[in-house]
Design a protein around this ligand. Structure first.
Ligand SMILES: [Zn+2]
Length: 314
């Protein structure tokens, strides 16, 4: 490694790096390397960055420091990105057949004793898995283009015709830290992202029911789940009230029909009443009530019973 001091730096890079250091560093003090931060391919979470997003991120990530996971204890084991670029390797395609595009970063660290092992790992070509933190302004459905926050009927990871449904991440708002972990070479080099998810406003119970009805996959916060559970409890109570109300109406309607029609068996009337919709039942119920009301004399207004009201007198 000692003989490779200058080989890790490309033309003009030392000047870029020295913009970030307190003192001027010599090329031999610096170890520079390239990492792929992210790309436009559909990842294992069925998400991908839009091509434009990669261009914007290439500006946002410049100057950001990265942490090397297995040695996070040491403040010095940090690398800083000093330049970013996107590239489209010829002939490489994404899993859904688009031109592959990736965001690469050039990062540097100082050749200190503490960084020695890490540098050796990178030098040895051990694959690096990069985790990035960024805030994306829009998360949209690849099938219909609707915002994921808004919801649609398409599910991530499902195929619609030939199209694999995924989430397109675009409109980057900010880039935060990144970290890279050296992983065994046999493991498929991949990108893991930890998004600073935009604060999602709480879903109302109506929203949740709507999304569930549309077959949309949905993740609830603890608050939302508690609220939904309460809502279901209320609905259950209302349902019980409704059921007993309908039963009452049905009994009244059966009684009304029995009175109105002689010669029809109680079983037949019951069977008909059981098949009636709530609105049919209601219509008949009202009709019988009206008829009954016309026949029944209005009760006289009750007189105030003085003895019962004594309690309220002072
Ligand atoms: Zn959709």
């Amino acid at each position: 490694m000692e003989n490779k001091e200058t080989s890790t730096l490309r033309d003009g890079e030392l000047a870029l790096i020295n913009k970030y250091t307190r003192r001027e560093h010599k090329a031999e003090e610096i170890y520079a390397f390239t990492v792929t931060l992210c790309d436009n391919d559909i990842d294992r979470d069925f998400e991908r960055f839009s091509d434009d997003a990669l261009d914007v991120l290439s500006k946002l990530f410049v100057g950001r420091t990265g942490i090397c996971d297995h040695s996070a204890k040491s403040e010095n084991q940090k690398a800083r990105i000093f330049s970013c670029y996107t590239e489209k390797p010829e002939g490489e395609q994404t899993r859904d057949g688009r031109q592959y595009k990736r965001l690469c970063a050039r990062a540097y660290m100082l050749k200190t004793e503490q960084n020695k092992n890490l540098i050796a790992e990178i030098e040895a070509g051990i694959k690096k898995e990069v985790s990035i933190g960024c805030s994306m302004g829009s998360h949209t459905c690849s099938i219909c283009g609707k915002s994921r926050a808004e919801g649609c009927v398409h599910r991530k990871g499902k195929r619609y015709g030939n199209a694999l449904c995924h989430t397109v991440l675009s409109n980057p708002q900010d880039a935060y830290e990144w970290s890279f972990v050296a992983v065994p070479a046999q493991r498929r080099a991949g990108i893991t992202k930890s998004f600073e998810k935009k604060e999602r406003k709480n879903l109302t119970n109506i929203d949740i029911v709507k999304q569930l009805g549309a077959g949309e996959e949905i993740t609830l916060s603890a608050n939302e789940a508690a609220s939904l559970s309460l809502y279901i409890g209320e609905l259950k109570t209302l349902c019980e009230i409704g059921k007993s109300f309908i039963a009452e109406k049905r009994t009244a309607v059966i009684g009304g029909i029995e009175k109105a029609l002689s010669g029809v068996s109680a079983e037949t009337i019951k069977a008909i009443a059981e098949k009636m919709s709530v609105s049919e039942l209601d219509e008949l119920y009202r009709a019988f009530q009206k008829e009954k009301g016309a026949k029944v004399q209005l009760a006289p207004k009750t007189k105030i019973n003085k003895s019962e009201n004594l309690d309220f007198m002072i």
